[in-house]
Ligand binder design. Sequence first.
Ligand code: 0PR
Length: 385
Amino acid sequence: MFPRKGASEREVLEELEKKTSQDLTFDSGRILGSMCTQPHPLAIEVVRRYIDRNLGDPGLHVGSRKIEEEVIEMLSNLLGLEKGYGHVVSGGTEANILAVRAFRNLSDVEKPELIIPESAHFSFLKAGEMLGVRLVRARLKEDYSVDVKDVENRISEDTIGIVGIAGTTGLGVVDDIPSLSDLALDYGLPLHVDAAFGGFVIPFAKELGYDLPDFDFRLRGVMSVTIDPHKMGMVPIPAGGIIFREKKFLEAISVPAPYLAGGKVWQATITGTRPGANTLAVWAMIKHLGFEGYREIVKTAMELSRWFAGELKRIPGVYLIREPVLNIVSFGTPNLEEVEEKLKERGWGISAHRGYIRIVIMPHVRREHLEEFLRDLRSALLEKG
Ligand code: 0PR
């Protein structure tokens, strides 16, 4: 009911506190199945200070608009490109939709088709449905990366582009993007890389010596990359990222917004009014942590993932779906559904995929949380007996 009379600030806050007490929080260490994390204190402070900035009207917030350009430049550099074109958006979903939209608008086929791996995130379902693009799914190989031969077999006259994934949602697998890039170049098709999760992991993990393929603009076939600061970038939600190699992709999805404060401006994002504060927080985090700061965060997460995977393997009946590639560890157990239920009853925020439990070792996850989880997992399995 819409209240007739207002309540005091204190009453409102108290009621919210009560209602949200059911929520799991990241700082409790109980959330093990999410790609989000406790935002960095600096990022929270930046959002608090600049909460009123609207990048939908950049003529009003000229400084913030320039900061978004700097963010796009820094993200492009991280991804091996001197100058890229893009935006900080609401998340990986919007970023993926924008990429598909650009590919579709630049193609001239009547019945557009997009080739995606079977492991693709469901945001592509939304993109396909909204944009009238038929999704063609390519098979996975035994290691759960996309089968590049199968991708090739599915290319038709109606294909508008190919998608590869650098850090799949369920298993954190990195597709063979170099081969996909070669294929895309051979057929004159654009390749989009969904690095929503892996974008803030792979560059750092590579420098740490992990054996991972190139996945970004260093490969000439890659025309766009999704990279989300609100996942491993430690920025508050919403902060996704889309970067295009060339300006034409952005232009292909821009519409005129003629009456805004900046005169006639062009908007490529799906959202009109959009938070500047989060973009400023992305800028602040990159400046504050730098490459080395992120590398240390990734180092801890990767090492913890390998330790955790080793511990899981020591529990009878528990098996890994595959060895972890990034900081995601997915495993199966006997009577999986019951075990999942028991773990949730014990207060664990886990993500139950079809056929396995996914643990994402985000920055808020510490070894003691995982030790406690392993104890609960063991006892849940014993109870089953
Ligand atoms: N691409 C990939 C590879 C993803 O894993 C995701 C989200 C997206 C795109 C879409 O990103 P947005 O959700 O930012 O639009 N993957 C997460 C997942 O499904 C989303 C998520 C995050 C789910 C936190 C739960 C959660 O607690 O796991």
